[in-house]
Design a protein. Structure first.
Length: 158
């Protein structure tokens, strides 16, 4: 009986830590989650109403960019732009769409020759984005998020 009592005492002393609950720090959990989170990818890209019937992530992105590009190109083609030399440039617009769906041009990359020939190109591009339809922002894990992307605009005037 003496041995059984010693065994029970030893068992109870070593098994106490088995029943302890470890406290988890929420900040540690958040930090671990942020390390595995892919910030460069979204679940759903920004979209227009015209693209709501499109299924698939890549197709949705292409629809959004095509519609945006078509809107800018239509605006620019309706302008009476007169140049003294031929222009063949790809303007790169770095765009930001915030979580409310507001579109902002963050940066423009335009060749100096294009700016010389069309000094108002900057204001024309800003103006072209004013009349765009409502943008629905990107979604990441059920939350609306801010996204950035680059839109190439080909300007060819002969």
């Amino acid at each position: 009986m003496n041995r059984i009592a010693v065994f029970i005492i030893l068992l109870s002393l070593t098994s106490c830590s088995y029943f302890e609950k470890q406290k988890v720090n929420p900040e540690d959990l958040l930090e671990e989650e942020l390390q595995t989170f892919n910030w460069n990818d979204v679940d759903t890209y920004p979209t227009f109403d015209d693209c709501s019937s499109v299924s698939g992530k890549i197709e949705s992105r292409a629809c959004f960019q095509d519609n945006l590009l078509a809107h800018v190109n239509t605006f620019l083609s309706n302008q009476n732009i007169v140049v003294s030399e031929d222009i063949n440039d790809t303007i790169r617009l770095k765009l930001i769409i915030d979580k409310e769906g507001t579109l902002v041009i963050e940066q423009m990359k335009i060749k100096p020759e294009t700016v010389i020939q069309i000094p108002e190109i900057d204001s024309l591009l800003h103006e072209s984005l004013k009349g765009i339809p409502k943008i629905y922002p990107a979604i990441k894990r059920g939350q609306q998020v801010t996204t950035a992307f680059e839109l190439p605009i080909i300007v060819k005037i002969n």
